[in-house]
Design a binder for this molecule. Sequence first.
Ligand SMILES: [Zn+2]
Length: 409
Amino acid sequence: MYKCDLDRLSEKIKTFSKFGDTGNGGITRLSLSDEALAAREEFCERLKKLGANIVTDDMANIYATIPGSENLPAILSGSHLDSVRQGGNYDGVLGVLSAMEAVETIVTDKIPHRHPITVAVWTNEEGARFEPAMMSSGVLCGKFKKEDMLNSEAKDIPGYYFKDALQKSGYKGSEENRMNPEKTAGLVELHAEQGPVLDAENKEVGIVEGVCGMVNYEFTMRGQADHAGTFPMKYRKDALYACAKVIDYLHENLDKLDEELVYTTGKISAHPNIHTIIPDEVKLTLDSRHKDPKVMEQVVEVIKNLPESLEKCTVEKKEAWARDTVYFNKKLVGFVEDSVKELGYTYKKMYSGAGHDAQYMCDAIPTTMIFVPSVEGHSHCELEYSTPENCLKGANVLLNTLLKMDEEL
Ligand SMILES: [Zn+2]
């Protein structure tokens, strides 16, 4: 089995943590910001030194390719370098750095390989500055219209659009350079788990079989606004109280379904939101995820059975959007599993609850993912951390998976 180098990988993590350093153990590296551009420059410099040929496409995705011994489609690995505000040093960047480390190992140890190997950096995965998330992989795979994306306005600078940032970045290349499914054999994305399961179960690697399907609903409860002092309780139509009953109903009924089901009532707004007025309209969102479409059908059934009236208020439900479960390429999942077993690491097979670029790429090319445990599951915050040892194990799995793909695809 081939192995990456712990010191070399740790140095990469340390160096890249300077780009957008918040001073509290985390980073703010919004897409195409000065900090993100500095990280891109470091990436390109290092890959050039390894002999990679670097091109960018019209969405500023970077492809750094080392040649193979034969004229074959490229094997791809990578992730994103942008972060959320006050995010951590592992989400996304670890996938890029592990792919860099795998390629560095292949080059320095002169490991023979037939296919060209490309380290990719996808632009604007987080959507923290320009919505939506997974923007560029979405454009590449036909999920989003490029024109709409170009006109996405920056949340931090009014009147500044994604197209302006793209132009200013110096990384806007031509459409011809986009990942071409005919010239690409497959993609493996390594990522921090961003949840507590691997850490809690003391597993070293997550073998990711797919991405959970999800539904998003919006509930609207309508009652009557009245005076907080003059209205006896029995005459009230309090929409916020009805909302509390809705939340209660959801917990009561969704908890009876599968234990892996997750759901969140994360956003609420009450009108008029004044302490002397009984709320007359309350909106609530529900986000629910599970890998099994049958369980998701049960979730929808629970929502359908929600009473249309609670506490003398009307209850309306509307599906905002939904996404089907994504299943990764079985052959590639198998290569990851073989690598993990040959390396002797403990592992868990799992589905990703979070969205990743790989789930869009999966539509276009054979794709899979590898998870590295997140200590206590913290992510999208400065506490985000994965131990150097587990990062190395992830990189080793990635390296050997890429080599298996090289041999067998
Ligand atoms: Zn990410």
